[in-house]
Design a protein around this ligand. Structure first.
Ligand code: F6R
Length: 242
């Protein structure tokens, strides 16, 4: 795992944006795995700025989300589809049809995981997966205890994660209990991984992910198995590294 520590979240986002755009330069139809949450918001903005500055066409880009809540109303502002439409698609001026999100619709949930896996396979696999990390070491919504070989499936969120994500909902009880997430096995099949983490709150999870044993109790530690994983940290998130 390549670990890069920079002075601020902004510098980290700029570095990640450069890395991803250099991939788009060599492959305009890049298949990018996109994360939600606070961490990648500035990366998406920086990608837009750099693409404009260097005249890089993003029109052929295809995007695959990591996860989605189960059971929200269609079009719900708390859905990850909505989040990615606002912070990724609109910011980068992309066609909404380029984004594939696992469906959290209860009516079709039994087949949604396989359907999403097939969508990835049909396009030839994800080239580069962007990842955040939960304060409990989750990646996607693969909470501690998730199998390292897991595929896209329905999961139950931990209380810790429901609390962390409560800020996006008007009441903490409104955070869904279930989600659908790419599995750790799915994530590891991407040709490269770029993980971002900012702030002291992530320091312990980052140290376990990068320096701890590879274990389902820290799902993010699975990235050590990947031959092309880059972790970009600010000083806070790096503060517990040896
Ligand atoms: C997001 C996701 C999560 C987040 C993680 C960190 O699609 O799958 O694993 O990356 O919860 O969230 P933030 O960035 O809000 O701290």
């Amino acid at each position: 795992t390549e670990v890069v520590v920079v002075d601020s979240p902004d510098s980290a986002s700029a570095l990640a944006a450069e890395l991803i755009l250099s991939k788009v330069r060599t492959k305009p139809a890049l298949r990018l795995g996109v994360a939600t949450g606070a961490t990648p918001v500035s990366l998406y903005r920086q990608m837009a700025v750099l693409a404009k500055q260097f005249g890089i066409d993003l029109g052929e880009l295809q995007a695959y989300a990591l996860d989605e809540y189960v059971g929200l109303e269609p079009g719900s502002p708390q859905s990850f589809r909505h989040f990615l439409e606002e912070h990724f698609i609109e910011v980068l001026g992309l066609d909404p049809n380029c984004l594939v999100v696992p469906s959290g619709d209860v009516a079709t949930i039994a087949t949604a995981g396989d359907h999403f896996e097939k969508a990835i396979l049909d396009t030839g696999g994800i080239d580069c997966q962007i990842l955040g990390i939960g304060s409990n070491g989750h990646i996607g919504f693969n909470e501690p205890g998730s199998s390292l070989g897991s595929r896209t499936r329905v999961k139950t969120l931990t209380e810790n994660t429901r609390r962390d994500n409560g800020a996006y909902f008007s009441q903490p009880e409104d955070v869904p209990v279930h989600c659908i997430s790419q599995g750790i096995g799915t994530i590891l099949e991407a040709r490269s991984l770029v993980m971002l983490a900012f702030g002291d709150k992530k320091a312990e999870a980052v140290a376990s992910a990068v320096e701890g044993p590879i274990s389902a109790s820290c799902p993010a530690s699975a990235i050590q198995l990947h031959p092309h994983a880059t972790v970009i940290l600010d000083e806070g998130a790096a503060s517990r590294l040896e």
